[in-house]
Design a protein around this ligand. Structure first.
Ligand SMILES: [Ca+2]
Ligand SMILES: [Ca+2]
Length: 349
């Protein structure tokens, strides 16, 4: 049985509660989408729990989560109003649950505190700033791969719930709940869903990057900021460079102003170091310090080393230093397949 009190009842219930505590605010960021706007209510400072407010979603690459696509994910950013140090006597835990659904169904991640300073969570990464009367949740991060999600999938049904010792105190969307009623008494409060779905695009809203090779074999990487305001620091990262010689200038990267562009020259040559006649592709990431990533796979294209967009087929490709750079690759592949086929037939006999 769940009753809904009119706001007048709430006013009476909370009579005597000071409403002079100033709330911090969340500044919108251009790479993020506002999902929920929930009423901020000062009663939480005395009745306990975290008061839900605005909730944003954004996408970012976190190196801590992994190289390349393994480090891509989405995050919630929000601010929780409340002061654990002044919780009602006997209170042990403030907990916030983030519910959302992907194509395979509903998912939930939580964060909780038992001391108001440190947080336990099942988010892949959690960055919070704890202040006296609020907790800024800068990034509550979910790695896409860990959640069996990929780009182009839509997330929906965003709901956030604030609980005190397991009892609901605030919902977004939804009202607030009268303490010590077992979450049965909801007080309607303004609460809006601003976006009911969000389609994952990857951490692509920060920078764009394009690679080019001149006929003389000079390579350049052109990186452009996609931001309308603010600076970001750009750097490059590679993994598994075994079969290419890849040389960057000493100062590769740096600060990129809003809308700005930088060009990085580099040298890139095939080099079959282990002599197995194949070139192992490698991953090259253009990273921005605030979360952007553009991934490339360095591989052979028509016999020439090339930066291909991540996701392009990248398997070890046959190569030898004697191979003319313009040799048509399909021919090489056909020859190799024929050789493998012949060896297989010979073995069968
Ligand atoms: Ca609220
Ligand atoms: Ca609410």
């Amino acid at each position: 049985m769940r009753a809904v009190l009119p706001s007048l009842a709430l006013a009476l219930l909370l009579l005597g509660v000071p409403s002079v505590l100033a709330h911090g605010t969340l500044e919108a960021r251009e790479v993020e989408t506002l999902l929920l706007v929930d009423e901020a209510d000062d009663s939480f400072y005395t009745t306990g729990g975290y008061d839900l407010y605005e909730v944003y979603i954004g996408e970012a690459h976190l190196r801590e989560a992994g190289m390349g696509a393994a480090g891509d994910g989405f995050y919630f950013r929000t601010i929780l109003f409340g002061n654990f140090a002044e919780r009602p006597p006997g209170t042990n835990e403030y907990r916030v649950e983030f519910n959302f659904a992907g194509p395979d169904g509903p998912m939930m991640r939580y964060l909780l505190t038992k001391d108001g300073k440190t947080f336990e969570t099942d988010f892949d990464h959690l960055m919070v700033t704890v202040e006296d009367n609020q907790v800024e949740v800068n990034r509550a991060f979910v790695a896409l791969q860990n959640a069996s999600l990929t780009r182009q999938m839509a997330l929906r049904d965003f709901r956030v719930t604030s609980l005190v010792d397991g009892e609901v105190r605030d919902r977004a969307p939804g009202g607030i709940y009268v303490p010590r009623t077992g979450g049965q008494v909801e007080v309607p409060m303004p609460s809006e869903v601003r976006a009911d779905s969000y389609t994952l695009v990857g951490p692509t809203k920060y920078v764009a990057a394009a690679a080019a090779r001149s006929p003389a074999g000079n390579y350049t990487l052109t990186i452009t900021s996609l931001l309308k305001e603010g600076e970001q620091h750009v750097s490059l990262a590679t993994a598994n460079v075994t079969d290419y010689t890849f040389v960057l200038p000493a100062e590769a990267g740096g600060v990129l102003k809003a809308g700005g562009t930088m060009t990085i020259p580099f040298t890139l040559e095939p080099m079959d170091r282990n002599g197995d006649g194949a070139l192992e592709p490698f991953q090259l990431d253009v990273l921005s310090d605030i979360g952007g990533r553009v991934g490339f796979v360095v591989s052979l294209q028509n016999g020439t080393a090339a930066l291909l967009p991540e996701g392009a087929v990248a398997v070890a490709q046959p190569w030898s230093p004697e191979t003319p750079l313009q040799a048509p690759l399909p021919g090489l592949v056909a020859v190799t397949l024929a050789a493998v086929g012949a060896a297989f037939l010979l073995r069968r006999r």
